[in-house]
Design a binder for this molecule. Sequence first.
Ligand SMILES: [Zn+2]
Length: 352
Amino acid sequence: MPVRFLLKNLFMLKVNINIQPIYVGRGSFIKLPLFFSSDYAIKKKHQVSALRYQDLKRKDNIYIICCITRDCTCQEKYKKQCTRGFFSLYLQAVYGIRFALRYKLTYYIDFGNGWYSYSDPEKFDGDMNFWNYYFDQSLQRVEVYKAQHSTLDLYYETYPLRIWHKKFIRELSDITRKHIVLKEDVKAIIEHKLQIFKQQKILGVHIRGTDHYTEMEPVPVSRIIKIIDKKRKKFDKIFLATDDESILHTLLNKFGSDALIYHQASRSSDKVGVHTNTISHNRYQLGLEALTDCYCLAHCAEAVLVHSNLSYTALVLNPHLPYTLMETRKSMIKRVKTNLLYTLDRWGIRIL
Ligand SMILES: [Zn+2]
């Protein structure tokens, strides 16, 4: 390799180390510093294009965080429907706020631009934005309508990729603590449920069943039970968060109803995601159940988690939660790869 080429790339490396930590996109690959080209900085996906930047930074512009957009991957978007789970959307909101803060944008979370799994006709309040059932926003809907400009988020700007790196989770946690505010009535309901978690030493367990196997290879429940069995002596109780009726029964049979705490919630008995089951009418309640389970999991003394958005959000709510992540080899490789990409990003030596 010519010396000059090496020097040039080493120089690029030095320059790029100063670049800020960035958004990590999906389906990307690594190129080592030696393969950097001179337009490296432009290629980096986290840096929005000049055109996009101009659009975002228009005077009085509002950045709208939502799904059902032109470039989202929702299959039903042409019917104005989104079937993503609660915490997939919750994390999208967190990532969206992170993006907005980085570019100093005014933002609004609008999950009312179509029909989401949590849109509840009984909660209609001028629109169907289910986010507003649970959270207070600094901006009101009317202000958004009155605004001169608004820009919808792009898929890669807010896609909730789960990066299990401690530093990243802590960053998301800071954003969540400062910018996601529970509504008073929702907070009261959750606080009430949290009482027992503050009084007793509880081992939290999240097992995602139902449709989740389509996204992540599931860990056999027997393996999770083995881990719980090993740890349970150190705890007063076990708390189980699951969306799968059969998993609840398996754990009830194994540990008994005295040791196992769980909430009354809509659970699926047929491997269909509980949020995609349109027979359940109370969509507000569905979201509330998910949110309550997640807060309770976050307040456990320790947790056994799986690769899911609910597990991940529990860590975002409490980054100090000691946990064991149950994963298959395939998910482990995926996690390690994502962590590596994140680290390279932070060092500024990655092309997306
Ligand atoms: Zn969607």
